[in-house]
Design a protein around this ligand. Structure first.
Ligand code: HEC
Length: 438
């Protein structure tokens, strides 16, 4: 991710080559190739092996997705499979592209943070450089098991997308489904779980409230179910109901907080599909919403902090904008969802409190449109009245940006289409002084 971090990892591998460590390594180095010299780990004379050193890292940080039925396209468990991919694995961990986690560490205190320590990265790199030996099978820890989902009882509402078939080698597909609900009065949910129907093609999912039901009136663009929607649902959004990205967890509201669904609203589900396979694949994804079991005193609110008009000059390598939103009522921020399109490079959001002190909210310094998600704070971030939420976003509209869809670059404006850009963060929060009784 950041070059700075990558080069730290690089220097950690070089450590065994330092003069002080040489002596320990000699016995092994005698029999080994030059490449294997760097395999000498900090432990005198010990080789870095798959079974002893690498498997525990894969179990802890990778298998959540890289397992059978997991969200990643291949497993990382069997030695031969891992060995075959060792160079790519080294590249992915060195650049911190895997495990996927976009926010810059330490800027915002998030739940479910993923990442390898410098030592873990160094171990994997040392193992690969040392020829990736399997090691002694007796060193291998027992396989990690994953639960097949918790029993949460019966959802109060299950929203299902229509079955959608992505053609072989489909590329990226953004598809929205407009789904009616039929409650006569507003409902509150405290837990929202997304169950992708086909892990081979589902890349992300976002569920939104369409209170006016406008999504039902979007004219069909083709014969397939749903309608194409790259950057947004094409209708006014009244809130968010849930989301999924590989490895993400269900949305669990803090005590007393309910996710509100207005009566008669439609749910718009945006799916990002990508079928890399040689045969068509079909998906039908479910959103399960669970009713509050305790009284709801606060409803989940949302706001957007950003710019809703943009003019990014053709060729600009860094086009930066700032935006802010004023906090009128004391609030607690529960989650944040940065949103830009293909040209986005960076987004940083923070709150400035009345006393000028700052609260970091999120910083993504290597934006990737294909990894979008909601990030939940470990504990809600309290913002007193008279704070401001401030945002900085930057785009790269130069020819050097490999993700630039325009060759040569063109001026780019705000909008929801592939050729447009957006730049905002959706913020989920509650008002501290709200006292619903539900
Ligand atoms: C949260 C889920 C998740 C976790 C955890 C995860 N991966 Fe991945 N990984 C993916 C997905 C999904 C892909 C497919 C690439 C894509 O869709 O962007 C992938 C792709 C890869 C690739 C292929 C990249 C390429 O460009 O060919 C490698 C190698 C990889 N992961 C290694 C790892 C390693 C090593 C770990 C642990 C240190 C790990 N991953 C942890 C989800 C995950």
């Amino acid at each position: 991710m950041t070059d700075g971090m990558g080069s730290h990892a690089g220097s950690a591998i070089a450590a065994p080559g330092k003069p002080g460590r040489w002596r320990h390594g000699v016995g092994l180095a005698l029999a080994a190739s030059i490449a294997a010299i760097s395999a000498v780990s900090g432990v005198a004379g010990a080789e870095t092996t798959f079974t002893r050193d690498v498997v525990p890292i894969l179990q802890q940080h990778c298998q959540e997705c890289h397992r059978r039925g997991g969200a990643a396209p291949f497993e990382l468990a069997v030695y031969e499979h891992v060995y075959r991919r060792r160079d790519k694995i080294a590249e992915m961990v060195r650049t911190r592209a895997m495990p996927p986690w976009k926010p810059v560490a330490g800027y915002g205190d998030f739940a479910g943070v993923r990442g390898l320590s410098k030592e873990e990265i160094a171990t994997i790199l040392r193992w690969v450089e040392g020829g990736a030996p399997e090691g002694d099978p007796r060193d291998r820890p027992p396989a990690r098991t994953f639960s097949t989902g918790e029993d949460r009882g019966t959802p109060a509402l299950t929203v299902r997308t229509e079955p959608f078939t992505a053609k072989a080698k489909s590329g990226d597909i953004y598809r929205c489904f407009s789904i009616p609900t039929a409650f006569a009065e507003e409902r509150f949910f405290t837990l929202s779980e997304v169950v992708p129907g086909n892990n081979r093609i589902v890349h992300h999912m976002l569920a939104m409230v369409d209170e006016a039901g406008d999504s039902a009136r979007i004219p069909p663009a083709d014969e397939e179910p749903g309608y194409p929607c790259f950057g947004g649902p094409k209708v006014k959004i009244g809130g968010y109901l849930g989301s999924w990205t590989p490895g993400s967890r269900p949305w669990a509201m803090p005590e007393g907080v309910g996710i509100r669904l207005p009566p008669g609203a439609r749910v718009v589900v945006q799916m990002h599909y990508h079928n890399a396979r040689l045969q068509p694949e079909t998906d039908q994804t479910e959103l399960r919403l669970y009713a509050a079991t305790a009284p709801v005193t606060k409803s989940l609110q949302f706001m957007r902090v950003g710019r809703f008009s943009l003019n990014i000059p053709a060729g600009a390598a860094r086009h930066e904008v700032e935006a802010e939103a004023f906090v009128y009522r004391p609030m607690s921020v529960i989650a944040i969802h940065p949103h830009m399109h293909l040209l986005g490079r960076e987004m940083k959001v923070w709150a400035k409190l009345g006393d000028e002190s700052k609260r970091p909210l999120i910083h993504i310094d290597d934006w990737d449109f294909h990894w979008q998600g909601f990030y939940f704070y470990r504990t809600p971030v309290a913002l007193p009245a008279r704070s401001t939420i401030e945002m900085m976003a930057a785009w790269d509209n130069s020819a050097e940006n490999p993700r630039n869809p325009n060759k040569p670059p063109k001026p780019v404006y705000w909008g929801e289409r592939t050729i447009d850009e957006m730049g905002h963060a959706a913020v989920l929060f509650t008002y501290d002084d709200e006292t619903l009784s539900r």
